[in-house]
Design a protein around this ligand. Structure first.
Ligand code: ATP
Length: 252
């Protein structure tokens, strides 16, 4: 795997994410066990696995929030071992836990995160206005976040995670607990971002959502066991749905 030479330099690659033998141990327990894969620019990549398979640990390493025990990765062309700042500038992250501030309004939340990312004031105002329009939340701009429904909160968290126009966005179970209609709307937002070239790395326990991804991988006990397009995996396992792929895989 080619790695960049200078602190702020990125390598040219068709891949947004390249991972080689990435491993994370917590004491004697191996949570992520020598995983290797690549994600193309603008791809929607689904990262599946049962509870405790190691998905969040992997995402946290790729976002430079957790130090790997061993292995290599480049994120948006930056080396995970040496270029943390450049990685953080170029990614968005929506964690499993709701990460916005309940006691701030919709507008204030976006303004605060935009300011953290140093988006110039006038530009930020315009980006917030167009995000609120995209979310159909213009009338809720002054509403405190704690009082809006969960589905809206999740859509707002996504729009906030891409406000600084990252090259990659990591979404850790973004639609957990959200009703099917809002989940579909959330995926419309994902498609819209991907169509603009943003790479989407998403974990989900909803198998219908796995079918919406360009490629998916299935992780088990810290290891990456299967990877391919939904149709490739269905064909390989001789079944009609990703849910059946998952069940068959777990049974094995
Ligand atoms: P879920 O779908 O439930 O979110 P996951 O696939 O995201 O699961 P992880 O959260 O990555 O799984 O956890 C993988 C394993 O690593 C689990 O057994 C978990 O208990 C363990 N683990 C995670 N963080 C730590 C930590 N800080 N210290 C010790 N063990 C940890």
């Amino acid at each position: 795997m080619k790695l960049p030479f200078r602190k702020t330099e990125a390598i040219e690659s068709p891949y947004s994410i390249e991972v080689k033998e990435l491993t994370k141990c917590f004491g004697s327990f191996t949570a992520v066990d020598h995983i290797s894969f690549q994600v193309k620019k603008g791809e929607i990549f689904g990262f599946l696995g049962a509870n405790g398979a190691g998905k969040t640990t992997t995402i946290r390493m790729l976002c430079s929030l957790l130090m790997p025990t061993s292995g290599q990765a480049t994120i948006a062309g930056y080396d995970l071992a040496t270029q943390h700042k450049m990685i953080k500038r170029n990614i968005g992250y929506m964690s499993q836990k709701f990460s916005l501030y309940d006691d701030l309004t919709v507008f204030e939340n976006m303004q605060m995160f935009g300011t953290i990312y140093n988006i110039p004031r006038k530009e930020l105002k315009e980006r917030i206005a167009s995000s609120l329009e995209m979310l159909n939340l213009q009338d809720q701009a002054k509403t405190l976040v704690y009082s809006i429904p969960l589905g809206w909160k999740q859509k707002l968290a996504f729009a906030t995670a891409i406000l600084h126009r990252p090259k990659i966005v990591f979404l850790d179970e973004p639609t957990s607990g959200v009703d099917p209609i809002v989940r579909r709307e959330f995926w419309d937002l994902i498609y819209a971002a991907a169509s603009k070239g943003v790479t989407i790395f998403v974990t989900t326990h909803y198998m219908d959502e796995a079918e919406y991804c360009g490629r998916i991988s299935i992780m088990s006990n810290g290891q990456l066991k299967l990877i391919g397009t939904p149709s490739e995996l269905k064909e390989r396992m001789g079944v009609d749905s990703i849910e059946q792929v998952f069940v068959k895989f777990v049974e094995r």
